[in-house]
Design a binder for this molecule. Structure first.
Ligand code: FBP
Length: 552
């Protein structure tokens, strides 16, 4: 494979490590833990992994000698920059513990474990992938590990390969499943441990003990670079409004971080829309107000950031989507009838007839294209796939309509020409920033040390991440500690609590204090591309979200 010059040089980068991981390591146990809520139910479901202590890795004078360990690793869900460094971190730590240790990679995500698709990750393979983006070393997938048959199939292959531990690198759902798997294997006295690692560009797997999920840093820096470039284009040409949708599934952390980095004229925050119970029309009215005010200053251009999950946070849309999910649930009589209808117009009529009166009204006023997108394929959980809904186009269309009404009524005559963009996949496999390269490598090393110490049901954690990397604190957090009970597909289940943007959080407050000024007075900031070499203030800076959240 031909390599770029950057790839060749970047492969030589040695991730910076917390002091505790630089030599011999010991594990220090803290106090026992409780789940964040619903303690009784969670304790009942996880009798073997509930209440375990928080673990901290510290420097030790003695080298740890371990028996030979075979470990399996799985990449689960959407790609996030740094995944390859988690794997190289695990590999290096295992080989340091005992050169006879082996690392296996299950291919294509969790299904690799169930279907017994794997490769042994050798030094040669690992060398190819150090400090690179992507998950292509073993591939990823979204198969859910939820059934005991799947766990048993996993056990079969672990026994065959003498694997005594599996590391699952994933988001909140994958780590919830990792904990269920750990509990199941402990109950069975199978001798197979399970350790999780916090991954997702969405930034919504974080809590008191997990400061950030890996990939968020790099992805936000890539999107901010692109947004900055668009801002410069906008100020140069002064003729377009750019509506930019940003990935992030539910939470608006990515949008908020990019807003803090680039200072756009508008950034919608889904959680605020839900908090204020705004309607779609109210959101459009707010947009129109800003666009009109800027037009008064002859600034017929601007940049608006729109979080991917917005639509599901607008209360009336949420109800509509829930009704549609029910109506079009795979295998249901209504879904079969819907599929059998030949034309789009007849499908539309069918849907309207089956919705409640209120949702029918909302559905009818949506532009036809968007209404159709809401009825397309569901994800494996039966939910609408938000990344496929063109919210940015919906808002542009509705703004245009509203402006033409204002014009007809003689209230305002505003020049509005818009461009739409969607940034998501552009950032998920970027070359990891120094932060993600270092953080991921440390997470991988930590996971291996937890394994060598016989731990299971823990998530690898690295804290104190706004300080220089040698002050980072590595350790393990019991996954049950992050759980609460939530309704999923109509049933209450123990799951890791998803972190949404908090209205009382420092990042939101910092944004809210400035946004009115940014709306009217063009205050764009152009972050430029990620830098891998140069001053630490540029190359090693963490996200603004992390800096604001960790400031004491
Ligand atoms: P994870 O939560 O698995 O990390 O994935 C996040 C994400 O990138 C979301 O931002 C986005 O909505 C989704 O994946 C897109 O999924 P897909 O890769 O299946 O298109």
């Amino acid at each position: 494979m031909t390599k770029s010059a950057l790839q060749i040089e970047r492969a030589k980068y040695t991730p910076k490590m917390p002091k505790a991981l630089q030599g011999n390591v010991k594990i220090v146990s803290g106090k026992s833990t409780e789940s964040v809520a619903d303690q009784e139910e969670i304790k009942k479901t996880f009798p073997n992994t509930y209440g375990m202590p928080i673990l901290t890795l510290e420097k030790s004078d003695d080298a740890v000698i371990t028996k030979v360990l075979n470990v399996g690793v799985i990449l689960s869900g959407g790609q996030a920059p740094g995944g390859h460094n988690v794997i190289s971190g695990i590999f290096d730590a295992l080989k340091k513990l005992n050169p006879a240790n082996r690392l296996y990679g299950f291919l294509g995500g969790p299904s690799g474990l169930v279907l017994h698709n794997y490769i042994e990750l050798t030094a040669e393979i690992i060398e190819e992938f150090r400090n690179t983006g992507g998950f292509d070393i073993i591939g990823s997938g979204r198969t859910k590990l939820e059934e005991s048959e799947q766990y048993d199939k996993g056990l079969e292959i672990c026994k065959k390969l003498s694997i005594s531990a599996v590391v699952i690198i994933g988001g909140d759902d994958s780590n919830t499943n990792a904990c269920v798997l750990a509990e199941y294997y402990l109950k069975k006295k199978s001798g197979v441990q399970v350790i999780g690692c916090p991954k997702t560009i969405d930034g919504d797997l974080k809590n008191e003990m997990i400061e950030t999920s890996f990939g968020f840093d790099t992805a936000c820096k890539v999107y901010s670079e692109l947004i900055g470039n668009i801002m410069r284009d906008a100020t140069s040409a002064k003729k377009y409004w750019h509506f930019i949708k940003l990935m992030g599934r539910s939470a608006s952390h990515i949008g908020l971080e990019c807003a803090l980095q680039t200072q756009p004229n508008i950034c919608l925050i889904s959680e605020e829309v839900a908090y204020k119970e705004q309607t779609l029309q109210q959101i459009v009215d707010d947009l129109v107000r800003t666009i009109t005010k800027r037009a008064v200053n002859n600034e017929n251009f601007g940049v608006a950031l729109i979080p991917e999950g917005l639509i599901e946070f607008i209360p009336e849309m949420k109800i509509l989507i829930e009704e549609l999910n029910e109506l079009l649930a795979e295998g249901s009589a209504t879904a079969k009838a819907f599929i059998a209808i030949a034309t789009d117009d007849d499908k539309r009529e069918f849907v309207i007839k089956h919705l409640s009166e209120a949702s029918g009204k909302v559905f009818k006023v949506l532009p036809k294209g968007i209404a159709k997108q809401l009825t397309l394929d569901r994800d494996p959980h039966g939910n609408v796939q938000v990344s496929r809904i063109e919210t940015e186009k919906l808002l542009i269309e509705m703004v245009e309509k509203q402006l033409s009404i204002l014009k007809k009524q003689g209230i305002a005559k505003v020049k509005f020409s818009a461009q739409n963009h969607f940034f998501g996949y552009e950032g998920r496999c970027a070359v990891p920033s120094n932060f993600d390269a270092d953080y991921c490598y440390a997470l991988g090393q930590t996971a291996a040390i937890l394994i060598a110490d016989g731990k299971s049901g823990y998530m690898a954690s690295v804290r104190n991440t706004t300080k220089s990397s040698d002050e980072w604190v590595a350790g393990g957090v019991p996954i049950t500690m992050m759980m609460n009970m939530e309704r999923r597909n109509g049933v209450m289940k123990p799951v890791i609590q998803k972190a949404l943007v908090r209205m009382d959080g420092e990042p939101f407050k910092a944004f809210a204090a400035k946004r009115d000024e940014w709306a009217i007075h063009t205050s764009f900031v152009y972050p430029g591309p990620i830098q891998y070499w140069g001053p630490a203030t540029v190359c090693d800076a963490t996200t603004k979200t992390l800096q604001l959240e960790q400031k004491s």
